[in-house]
Design a binder for this molecule. Structure first.
Ligand code: F0G
Length: 367
């Protein structure tokens, strides 16, 4: 454990004797059982896969380590990606670790502060494009096609190879695949990779079943749901603000072959799920990640029954990526008081008394 994706799943990845076994400690992320939401939704077993616990705070490290290892094996001189933020943070970290120059195009003004800070401090050359993610990815594809620079977006097949290991981990941990997997969809690489992982394990009889793949886009950026490209995608979940997903067909295959759905959730539903996860489960994820939970809540409210079912929600990135949003969502302004006990008492005494009364009542209920 903790030895990284390449070492752990060596025989299931495109590793040769010439592949450098690099790692920043990616993978082996927690699968946490829901404390409250599962009960409230009548979901017998609900788990959250905390991909924010990867070294750069998102699931991207799983695929990036494989893409970079293969790039090194092939003698690459530089790597490049377009990104809504997390891919660039991950590419920049592995680029730094392996001393490969890293070039990043990001949509201007659309990347959360934490992600941009990561790419910069890891030393990537970051350039903002006056356009959205789809424009930036188009440019990167063209540029890398003409130059000796390796493209490390998820159109690089090694990225999906690495990302499929999250499905392996879920099966290894639960003893079988879950009945349902809820997952956010942006460029659609991750849902494609999970389906590949579950399918491989199923074929090898390491799992007895495959889950229904439940993918969720944001309402203002839901090209797959509408069956057409969105030229100006918009959502508070900047990570999935994508109008023309590169792995569109992969997402449709995952949905069709698994009997799942590709559906959408509104920004309000995403924010509600984001706050619910923080306040009632102690899990701080980024808004795009909360789309999986928003989708679960939406479908259960629409009649999906999950009693006697095992479900996993993939939480793709940590909430620390976007602290500004968290502050905006927090209740009330922060107050400053004088540094003396009287002031602390004035401000907190009634709250503490209330809390104690509340807990006494609860304890009485339990006898
Ligand atoms: N969640 C987070 C936190 C993401 O950063 C992304 C994608 C997704 C979900 C969607 O995954 O694209 O495989 O369907 N982020 C990319 C990036 C686009 O550039 O970091 P997907």
């Amino acid at each position: 454990m903790g030895s990284g994706v390449l070492n752990t799943y060596l025989d299931l990845l495109p590793v040769t004797s010439a592949t450098p076994m690099i790692t920043l400690g990616e993978g082996d992320t927690p699968l946490v059982k829901s404390n409250r939401l599962g009960r409230e939704l009548g979901c017998t077993e609900l788990y959250f896969k905390l991909e924010g616990c990867n070294p750069t705070g998102s699931f991207k490290d799983r695929g990036m380590v494989v893409a970079i290892a293969k790039a090194l094996e092939e003698g690459t001189k530089a790597i490049m990606c377009a990104s809504t933020g997390n891919t660039s943070a991950s590419a920049a970290a592995f680029g730094a670790y392996c001393e490969i120059p890293t070039f990043v195009l990001i949509p201007k003004g659309e990347v959360a502060m934490g992600k941009l800070a990561q790419a910069m401090i890891y030393g990537a050359k970051v350039i903002m494009v006056d356009g959205n993610f789809d424009v930036a990815l188009g440019l990167v594809r063209e540029f890398t096609g003409r130059n000796d620079v390796t493209l490390v977006n998820s159109v690089n097949p090694y990225r999906l190879e690495g990302q499929k290991t999250a499905a392996f981990e879920i099966v290894d941990r639960l003893g079988d695949a879950p009945d349902y997997l809820f997952i956010p969809v942006g460029n659609a690489g991750n849902i494609t990779a999970y389906w590949k992982g579950f399918s491989e394990y199923f074929k090898m009889e390491r799992a007895l079943q495959r889950p229904r793949m439940m993918g969720f886009q944001a309402e203002g950026a839901a090209p797959i749901v509408h069956g057409q490209m969105v030229s100006e995608p918009s959502t508070i979940a900047s990570a999935i603000r994508i109008g023309n997903p590169a792995s569109w067909n992969g997402a449709l295959r995952a949905k069709d072959q698994s009997g799942g759905v590709i559906d959408m959730v509104t920004d309000d539903e995403i924010l509600d799920a984001y706050k619910t996860l923080s306040r009632h489960e102690g899990i701080f994820c980024e808004p795009a990640s909360a789309a999986s939970v928003a989708g679960l809540i939406k479908l259960v409210h629409n009649g999906l029954r999950l009693d006697d079912k095992r479900s996993v929600c993939v939480l793709t990135g940590t909430g620390l990526k976007d602290p500004e949003l968290a502050n905006e969502c927090a209740e009330g302004p922060l107050k400053t008081i004088e540094g003396d006990l009287e002031e602390v008492r004035n401000n907190l005494q009634h709250l503490i008394e209330y809390t104690i009364r509340y807990f006494k009542q609860i304890l009485k209920q339990y006898g």
